[in-house]
Design a protein around this ligand. Structure first.
Ligand code: ZN
Length: 372
């Protein structure tokens, strides 16, 4: 598990000089990469530019600078951005690799961190904020130290790899994903938690209307031969906001439900995992809108990993139309499940979550459950 931890660094003139020199190296390499015209791989760029830019920095840092430039260019290419001039590296930011031998920085000690600057090796006073100290107890390795200058101050972050905590649990809790931005979880005692955003449904409806209106206006302007840039821009912005809305909700819901079930539980989800899109399809849609289930699933996986809770998947079909008490088919109206046989009524998502949990409980002894 990788984690980024902030680090408070004392001001240091040599470190500042190093960062500035790193930026200048990047800028020079960027010019070389642009002058060359055709896209270069990281290795080709290295061979082409290393001799020109070596000198002010340690060789390892120079290599890192070249690599960051190369990745910046390939990112622009991936996003189909046209490059008119060399990419500017105006933000002073340097990346130090941490390791034992011949690296740019050492793992932080109690009050200092050793960094190789333009003036040689230096121990710079530093401190890690108290709330991150507990996490750093099970560090597997320190990877990089990124230092940038923001508003005249040194801002540093430390990337670390943490050893994964063992994921254990006994009591299953089912998670059901509703279609209308609703998530329900039922624990082994039958208690349930539902995360709903009514406002979100309303917002979705509103933005759908806005989108339609804008599309009409776009078509009209196109027909009249007027410029369409402003309308297209508003449409794009709207699309981005809608895109983020799903993610915002899924993250909040996953955070809440993982916290709610607590340690010793097992999270059970419906298995709707689909294979990733083929390379060709991925290219065709530059920004695919993530599926609600998939976004939530990923977040639940992430949070469960942090909380050391295992996640299992079960195959259930038509679970939302089955009564969780008697197993007969029922009907759904206005997000409420109604059973015709036993007359029970419950929120649709709660009923589905119960079915998922029950399915796990029943199939557990056999190998019908997919482990993550
Ligand atoms: Zn029933």
């Amino acid at each position: 598990m990788r984690k980024v931890v902030p680090l408070k660094l004392a001001n240091d003139a040599d470190l500042r000089a190093t960062i500035e020199s790193f930026r200048l190296t990047q800028q020079r390499v960027s010019e070389i990469a642009f002058e060359h015209g055709c896209p270069l791989s990281a290795v080709e760029l290295h061979q082409l530019s290393y001799a020109t830019v070596k000198g002010p920095l340690r060789s390892q840092l120079t290599c890192t600078a070249i690599r960051t430039v190369s990745s910046e260019y390939s990112r622009a290419r991936k996003r189909n951005r046209r490059i008119y001039g060399p990419i500017h590296f105006s933000k002073p930011r340097a990346l130090f690799l941490i390791g034992k031998a011949k690296r740019d920085a050492c793992p932080p000690r109690k009050e200092t961190i050793r960094v190789w600057t333009v003036a040689g090796r230096k121990d710079i006073p530093c401190s890690i904020p108290a709330r991150f100290k507990a996490e750093l107890k099970n560090v597997k390795s320190y990877d990089t130290l990124a230092v940038s200058i923001k508003k005249g101050r040194l801002v540093a972050t430390l990337s670390v790899t943490l050893s994964d905590p063992k994921r254990e649990g006994t009591l299953p809790a089912g998670i059901a994903v509703g279609s209308k931005n609703e998530v329900a979880v039922v624990n082994s005692e039958g208690k349930s938690l539902r995360v709903i955003t009514v406002a979100q449904n309303v917002m979705e409806e509103t933005s759908r209307k806005t989108k339609k209106r804008l599309e009409r206006r776009l078509a009209a302007r196109k027909a009249d031969g007027l410029e369409t840039r402003s309308v297209r821009r508003v449409l794009k912005r709207l699309g981005r906001r809608r895109h983020m809305r799903t993610r915002t909700f899924c993250h909040a819901a996953a955070n809440r439900l993982v916290e709610w079930v607590g340690k010793g539980s097992i999270l059970v989800m419906e298995d709707l995992r689909t294979p990733p899109p083929s390379r060709r399809n991925r290219r065709r849609s530059s920004t695919p809108r993530p599926h609600f289930y998939e976004v939530l699933r990923r977040r639940v996986e992430e949070k469960a990993k942090d909380a050391a809770i295992p996640v299992y998947y079960v195959n259930v079909t038509g679970n939302e139309r089955r009564c969780s008490l008697c197993g007969a088919a029922g009907s759904i109206s206005k997000h409420t499940f109604h059973c015709d046989s036993c007359g029970s009524e419950s929120p649709m998502s709660k009923n589905a979550a119960l079915n998922i949990r029950n399915k796990f409980t029943v199939t557990r002894p056999w190998a019908a459950v997919n482990q993550p």
